[in-house]
Design a protein around this ligand. Structure first.
Ligand SMILES: NC(=O)c1ccc[n+]([C@@H]2O[C@H](COP(=O)([O-])OP(=O)(O)OC[C@H]3O[C@@H](n4cnc5c(N)ncnc54)[C@H](OP(=O)(O)O)[C@@H]3O)[C@@H](O)[C@H]2O)c1
Length: 251
């Protein structure tokens, strides 16, 4: 019972990739789920002698992904593990603009990846590991935009607000159990990834806050992906993790 198993979505780019790289240390095992695998992770895992599994799965199909996770967890030899953690990190910003101009399919995709799949993966994870008898954690990567409304961001804001609120409900569920999981929806700060490129590239006419995101980058106020990943993983390791169901890494 020495290994810690991490299940991490959105590990192919951005902060998820940085978290995966930092988690590839002896003592950990890692299952990554994204649409793409990352060769560098496989190389690091080999060098570090860490068990790494990378699934390519589109999280628009959260039902399929969660069934696959449930089956995989049920087939594991659990005697190897001292702890297990699910990190729902994958997320997408739908096409930026007022809701009146949103494309229904694009909106559905963002809500599936950002809200439906994390919820279904939480259900599969909590159900399959309930009787493992080891510490369990769920870290849902949320956003300040789940807590503050922004024009032209209705889909993303709704997904993150939904994530925050289902995490609060899940915390109440788990608190009633003798060995319930510790859970938290955590806002990770503003990070220099493809997501920020998308926000800065939006037409200013369709996105009133576009200039603000451009300024954040110009003023050097973005965290790098490795910085944000290490702050988030430090928060996950805190002894009081889960005491607040909804939190912000910036305190
Ligand atoms: N960047 C910021 O400033 C910021 C601020 C607040 C919160 N966040 C949150 O932090 C998390 C990470 O953001 P990031 O900036 O690192 O994003 P990113 O660079 O855009 O990376 C997104 C990750 O999600 C995966 N993903 C996207 N669509 C997917 C799909 N349909 N199925 C499976 N995986 C999918 C991507 O993998 P594939 O393309 O391989 O599928 C990728 O690994 C997100 O939840 C985001 O909302 C970010």
């Amino acid at each position: 019972m020495t290994q810690h198993l991490y299940i991490l979505t959105g590990a192919s780019r951005g902060m998820g990739l940085a978290m995966a790289q930092q988690l590839l240390t002896p003592g950990n095992s890692l299952l990554c789920i994204s649409r793409h695998t990352h060769d560098g992770l496989a190389t690091t895992a080999q060098q570090q002698h860490v068990a790494l599994t990378q699934w390519t799965h589109d999280l628009c199909d959260g039902q399929g992904a969660s069934q696959r996770l449930r089956d995989w967890l049920q087939d594991l030899d659990t005697s190897a593990y001292a702890g297990v953690t699910l990190i729902n990190n994958a997320g997408v910003i739908p096409r930026i603009g007022p809701l009146s101009q949103a494309d229904a399919a694009d909106l559905a995709q963002a809500l599936r990846v950002g809200l439906e799949a994390p919820m279904q993966l939480c259900a599969a994870f909590l159900g399959a590991t309930e009787h493992w008898g080891i510490p369990r954690k769920v870290l849902n990567i949320s956003s300040g935009l789940g807590r503050n409304a922004m024009a032209s961001q209705a889909g993303y804001c709704a997904a993150k607000a939904g994530m925050d609120h289902f995490t609060r409900c899940m915390a109440l569920d788990e608190a009633l159990k003798p060995h319930g999981a510790k859970v938290c929806a955590l806002a990770p700060g503003v990070i220099d990834t493809d997501m920020q490129v998308q926000l800065r590239a939006a037409p200013a006419a369709a996105f009133p806050d576009q200039a603000r995101f451009a300024q954040l980058q110009q003023q050097g106020l973005l965290s790098s992906a490795p910085q944000a990943a290490s702050q988030v993983l430090a928060y996950l390791a805190r002894p009081d993790f889960g005491e607040q169901a909804v939190a912000d890494v910036r305190g």
